[in-house]
Design a protein around this ligand. Sequence first.
Ligand code: HEC
Ligand code: HEC
Length: 346
Amino acid sequence: MSTLIKAARTALFAAAVALGGQASIAATPAEAARAALGRTATPAEVGAWDIDVRPDFQGLPKGSGTVSQGQKIWDGKCASCHGDFGESNEVFSPIVGGTTAEDIKRGRVASLTGNQPYRTTLMKVSTVSTLWDYIHRAMPWNAPRSLSADEVYAVTAYLLNLGDIVPADFTLSDRNIAVVQQTMPNRNGMTLQHGLWPGRGQPDTRNTACMKDCAGTVKVASAMPAYARDAHGDLAAQQRTVGPTRGVAIGTAASVPAAAAPDEKAGAKLASQYQCMACHATDRKLVGPSFTEIARKYEGQEVRDTLAHKIRAGGQGAWGSMPMPPQAQIPDSDLRTVVGWILEAK
Ligand code: HEC
Ligand code: HEC
């Protein structure tokens, strides 16, 4: 850009700043400069962002949809990720399941208070407005905000029907959604009576902030137990490679070094320590194949990684329909030793 044009631009900008300054007497030059950039958003622009639907249904667009219309939308746009009946655990926790007629009556999902590990959307969500809002703003995951209001009503109705919250011939609409709220299984499951709600009670930790002579290094008091770490595969391999965040390297079978020195005594000891001998013997079939049979089958093949992985993850089919349960708690080095030992069995 030539110096001349640059100079002209600077002058123009200065003039704009000066004009802005005149328009609003109180504005500082910096404020005036900001005011000269951009413009006030139009109501349509604000409206496009202002899509939240609140628990009192403020913000809910008018419309309606039936369970059977919802089923079509579900099958076409949702089932590939969430399963035909919202039960898939593949891309996300299941959406449907875990609620009972008793929960619907009470407004409190009994299984949430137990120790069962799976928590579905319908178990947790306490307001139907949230379900509507979330689907409307975020789903389908690959095309958010592509559904019309009527389609959101329909697919919400379908999910509620899968949870036995509304009947199969139901039409969900802005006019009856408040009635449906009264049958949400976990509608009474939320509370404001806890320490983290502003102005109430105590925080849920009682630590005093350290202001001087603080510890130089922090000792983490608890960590994920080894057997739980690879529930979702190798987290380290799933992390983006920029920035500081890394998953814990969990040492899947791939990281089990190929060459393992067979160690007779140590192998036998580990096999009994890890209860392998409850199902296996060296020389005869028990629940699982004998170790000599295993060694014979894989003779001359490099199967250490595969077998280590199989022992860790469990599996069936190589020897019959009886499955071997997963044994994720065994450290890599022990797994290596025991596999090496089995492959030497005679
Ligand atoms: C391409 C895969 C994909 C498709 C298609 C898809 N979803 Fe999802 N859905 C996801 C993922 C992933 C999440 C979790 C997103 C997150 O937590 O950020 C999710 C979350 C949800 C949740 C919230 C669950 C919760 O408890 O927070 C609902 C409800 C939902 N989806 C409904 C739908 C509906 C209805 C459709 C079809 C209109 C749909 N999804 C299509 C992948 C998908
Ligand atoms: C509850 C019973 C049970 C226990 C405990 C058990 N296994 Fe197995 N194991 C089996 C069964 C059943 C099979 C056959 C699986 C198949 O057909 O794919 C098997 C298969 C195997 C195989 C061969 C796998 C293949 O794909 O050929 C190896 C190696 C093995 N077990 C090692 C171990 C070791 C090491 C332990 C202890 C850490 C152990 N098993 C504990 C039941 C068990």
